[in-house]
Write a protein that binds this ligand. Structure first.
Ligand SMILES: Nc1ncnc2c1ncn2[C@@H]1O[C@H](COP(=O)(O)OP(=O)(O)OP(=O)(O)O)[C@@H](O)[C@H]1O
Ligand SMILES: [Mg+2]
Length: 416
């Protein structure tokens, strides 16, 4: 039997797009930067009765009805890792803005702790906090918060001015930031001369000019029209990729969240009801609220081959070096037409066809990172489940028509 291997080109094209790379020097990508534990915010002079009710399992509505106290955030615990885009989603009033304002202590927490790089933010003095905010955290607000009597340039430079940076240096940095958001031609215009979307971009430029390691963005793109919005999302992904910036991003928009998030936290009535990758959330929503939120999202644009790759006992593996006659007999005994040949190093080597009695180099393997929508035709027309390999050409499993249809159908079924 001849071993016909898929071409190297086919294998190396696979998985070219591995991790979003490039951590900051001295900072491991994925290391925990912020550690939030049991964070609560209730808006009351004396928060104790409300906290007691919440501890007993009361919801936001009940606390409001019984104590006339507004609940912002309830018992939130999560980590934010270096270099990730962490998206917070939820309906209006679910506590998203309160949450990010707690992260930089624009709002003081009622209970719980927030650590930044291992330092307890809630325990810092005002001066220490100012120092940390200057160095590490910048916020882009839901309302643009521009100063009306200053030009776009001076607005973009404002954060640096507050931080005590000299005039020329801060104007240079502000100009570069305006350029990044496509507004250098408007540097000397006043906010009233700019559209809402342009004002929002000035707000973003202000945050970028400070070059913070963590960017907090509250609905920063919501006033932008769809084309500019997509541009800005791409810009954000580029910034994150190149500079490994950590970004906490609030959004109302399920498609936006799915597009840019490494992980998503879904909030409901002040509580976080689920945290997961876009793929986890779409394949396994924690409850009906989460499912409803993402119902309109096309799963084939979110999920990748790896998310559906299966390697269970329904997949017949043939190991390199195994006697071909014995392997073919095994296929016959199991009543299957194909076996997947795996090298000693785990690399995928081809498909053993029972009918043809040989190893084929088709169907060609697909990359683990390939989005499902790009694979529909290949999976539909292949004679057998399509092999999936990682960036090193290692066999991860197969993609079956059934798994694909089931996933796509579940995403579209209005009954969930
Ligand atoms: N300063 C405040 N005083 C009293 N209640 C407040 C205050 N700020 C926020 N809240 C309440 O906290 C809850 C969460 O508000 P928040 O602004 O965080 O919601 P959100 O998820 O950002 O909503 P949106 O999508 O509309 O921006 C709401 O019930 C709101 O009324
Ligand atoms: Mg808000």
């Amino acid at each position: 039997m001849t071993l016909i291997l898929p071409s190297d080109a086919a294998l190396s094209a696979v998985g070219a797009d591995t991790a979003r790379s490039g951590a900051r020097v001295g900072e491991a990508r994925g290391a925990v930067r912020m550690e939030v534990r049991n964070l609560c915010k209730v808006f009351a002079d004396d928060p104790r009765p409300a906290l007691a009710l919440l501890r007993d399992g009361a919801g936001k509505a009940e606390v409001l009805a019984r104590l006339n106290v507004n609940v912002g955030v309830v018992d939130a615990s999560f980590d934010i890792r270096a270099g990730e885009i962490f998206v917070i989603m939820g309906l209006s009033g679910s506590g998203k803005s309160t949450m990010v304002r707690l992260l930089n202590r624009l709002i003081e927490p009622t209970a719980g702790s927030i650590q930044l790089d291992g330092r307890d933010l809630t325990a810092l003095s005002k001066n220490e906090l100012v120092e940390v905010l200057r160095r590490d955290l910048s916020m882009v607000f839901q309302s643009f918060a521009l100063l009306p009597n200053r030009t776009a340039l001076d607005n973009a430079a404002f954060g640096l001015e507050v931080a005590g940076v000299g005039r020329d240096a801060r104007r240079d940095a502000a100009m570069r930031a305006l350029d990044k958001v496509g507004l250098s031609a408007y540097a000397h215009r006043y906010p009233r001369e700019l559209s809402g979307g342009m004002q929002q971009r000035v707000g973003l430029a202000r945050a970028l000019a400070k070059n913070p390691s963590i960017l907090l963005m509250d609905e920063a793109f919501s006033a932008l029209d769809p084309l500019i919005r997509t541009d800005m999302q791409n810009e954000l992904l580029r910034l994150q990729r190149e500079q490994a910036r950590t970004i906490v991003f609030i959004s109302h928009d399920a498609d936006e969240a799915m597009r840019i998030a490494d992980r998503i936290a879904v909030m409901e009535e002040g509580r976080i009801v689920q945290i997961g990758t876009p793929a986890e959330i779409i394949t396994n929503p924690a409850d009906e609220y989460v499912r409803a939120f993402f119902r309109g999202v096309d799963p084939s644009r979110v999920l990748r081959a790896r998310d559906l790759a299966r390697c269970d006992d329904r997949v017949t593996l043939v190991e390199e070096g195994e006697d071909p006659i014995a392997a073919l007999r095994r296929l016959a005994e199991r009543g299957v037409g194909y076996g997947y040949v795996r090298g000693r190093d785990g690399r995928f080597l081809g498909v053993l066809s029972r009918a043809e009695g040989t190893i084929l180099n088709r169907p060609e393997p697909v990359a683990a990172d390939a989005p499902l929508h790009s694979l529909l035709r290949r999976v539909a027309t292949a004679p057998c489940p399509v092999p999936v390999v990682d960036g090193g050409g290692r066999f991860l499993g197969v993609l079956t028509r059934a798994a694909l249809l089931e996933t796509l159908d579940r995403g579209d079924d209005p009954r969930g």
